[in-house]
Design a protein around this ligand. Sequence first.
Ligand SMILES: Cc1cc2nc3c(=O)[nH]c(=O)nc-3n(C[C@H](O)[C@H](O)[C@H](O)COP(=O)(O)OP(=O)(O)OC[C@H]3O[C@@H](n4cnc5c(N)ncnc54)[C@H](O)[C@@H]3O)c2cc1C
Length: 54
Amino acid sequence: MIKADSIINAGDLLPNKFLLKGISVSETHAVGDCDEPFNIALAIRDGNDAGRTV
Ligand SMILES: Cc1cc2nc3c(=O)[nH]c(=O)nc-3n(C[C@H](O)[C@H](O)[C@H](O)COP(=O)(O)OP(=O)(O)OC[C@H]3O[C@@H](n4cnc5c(N)ncnc54)[C@H](O)[C@@H]3O)c2cc1C
C-alpha cells in the first residue's frame, strides 16, 4: 500500500474496441469512450445514435 494525500490519474484515454472482435452478430456499434474518449455527453449521444440505427 502507498500512502498519499491525493492521486492524479494521468493515464492516456485511448479508444479500445477489442471486445467487438469476439462478438459474432450481424451488426455492432462502438459508442462512447471505447470509440472516441471524450465526455459523458458524447457517450450518451453515441448510444442514442446507435440505438436509432438498429
Ligand atoms: C477521471 C475522469 C474524469 C472525468 N470527468 C468527466 C466530467 O467531469 N464530465 C464528463 O462529461 N466526462 C468526464 N469524463 C469522461 C466520462 O467519464 C466518459 O466519457 C464516459 O463515462 C464514457 O461513457 P462510456 O459509457 O463510453 O464508458 P464508461 O463510463 O467507462 O463505461 C464503460 C463500462 O463498461 C464496463 N466494462 C469494461 N470492460 C468490460 C467488460 N469486459 N465486461 C463488462 N463490462 C465492462 C466498465 O466497468 C464500465 O462500467 C471523465 C473521465 C475520467 C476518466
